[in-house]
Ligand binder design. Sequence first.
Ligand SMILES: NC(=O)c1ccc[n+]([C@@H]2O[C@H](COP(=O)([O-])OP(=O)(O)OC[C@H]3O[C@@H](n4cnc5c(N)ncnc54)[C@H](OP(=O)(O)O)[C@@H]3O)[C@@H](O)[C@H]2O)c1
Length: 279
Amino acid sequence: MNKFTNKYGEWALITGASKGIGLEFSRQIAATGLNVVLVARSDSRLKQLSSAIERDYPIKTRVIAADLTEVDGIARLFEATADLDIGLLVNNAGREDSGPFLQIPIDDAIKTVDLNIKVPLQLTQHFATKMRARGKGGILIMSSIVAFQGVPNIANYAASKAYDLVFAEGIAAELEPLNIDVLSVNPGFTKSELSPGINFDGLPINPMSAAAVVKTALKDLGTSRVSVPGSVNKFLYYSGKYLQPRRLNTAAFGGVFRKVLRNKLGASDAVASPHTSNS
Ligand SMILES: NC(=O)c1ccc[n+]([C@@H]2O[C@H](COP(=O)([O-])OP(=O)(O)OC[C@H]3O[C@@H](n4cnc5c(N)ncnc54)[C@H](OP(=O)(O)O)[C@@H]3O)[C@@H](O)[C@H]2O)c1
């Protein structure tokens, strides 16, 4: 029995499992021997993944297609998992809005708050209550390297990820005595579909693979409260924390995002129009 089946078995639930980092979580967790509940909006992608996982690993899967920002989405998720012993929760589903704040439609910005903040909040309380009853468990919450300071042109997303980080740190301390491990996962740029068309021309940035981010997170679970994958991200994290004034971090991250958005949107001087993922 490995640490996963022993402490977090027999079922894991992954939100945002249909692509990107969540898909990678689903595969790597399945490889440890846990059954996986796959949650996202796109039923067809989830079913494809479910078949591939059941072909590759001797485990069970359950697919739940739901928009977690809709009124009945979370209720349906709770109902569809009522019979399962969920020992590992991966709060991964997320969306991003980027561009000048004053140009972002407010409904898009609120949707980001709903998916990145309200969803992990509700899922964590629901499943942690069950983990308390079973006497053990694990919870991952996807944050980001941008969570450690305000970032212009992606201010609302960065603030939502700051919530995820601070929430995870707080409940990690509360739930530790209940034998529940909580981890905030804070990657930098990672290859995925979060921001289609993004390019890093002229920037010294090499996005990490989702596989590497997930591998680090699963290794850190149970031993740390904050996971920062990759040496460049670690450097940014530690220099931001101990060496640079926060205002300088905001300027540095702001400069990078401005350039990334300019590359993407083709604007010459200012970043012209906002972009929203998963609308
Ligand atoms: N990629 C990066 O550079 C990066 C860096 C730091 C942190 N992160 C964080 O990592 C997490 C995963 O991001 P990713 O890069 O893998 O993005 P992604 O490729 O866009 O995947 C997002 C996932 O969330 C699901 N999702 C989106 N809206 C949903 C909704 N309303 N209800 C249910 N599921 C929904 C998507 O599936 P459907 O479209 O099928 O619903 C998809 O499975 C996010 O929390 C993100 O903030 C990403």
